[in-house]
Ligand binder design. Structure first.
Ligand SMILES: [Zn+2]
Length: 91
């Protein structure tokens, strides 16, 4: 948004430059034109606002994995596993 303001200033300066006959005013307008146009070209776009902190709380809770208990050591293991990671026996 700010760079459009500078672009507008440079356009107005260009119009004034064409309308005036005073050499000093022309010189000042030329400086103003170059400065504002330069800023309008090189001015970086503002960074987007940081995401709000409550964005992460909207994420769904991790899905509860289905568990089963190992018949050998009694520890809870993932239901998809066929081998117990604790005692290396078939579940
Ligand atoms: Zn086990």
């Amino acid at each position: 948004m700010l760079r459009y303001s500078f672009l507008g200033i440079s356009i107005i300066s260009a119009i004034n430059f064409l309308l005036t006959d005073e050499l000093l005013v022309q010189l000042l307008l030329a400086i103003c034109l170059l400065a504002s146009l330069g800023i309008a070209v090189v001015w970086p776009e503002p960074l987007p606002p940081p995401p709000s902190m409550d964005l992460w709380s909207e994420a769904p809770d991790e899905k509860e994995r289905e568990m089963k208990v190992c018949s050998h050591c009694g520890k809870a293991v993932d239901k998809k596993w066929s081998m117990c990671p604790y005692c290396s026996k078939k579940v």
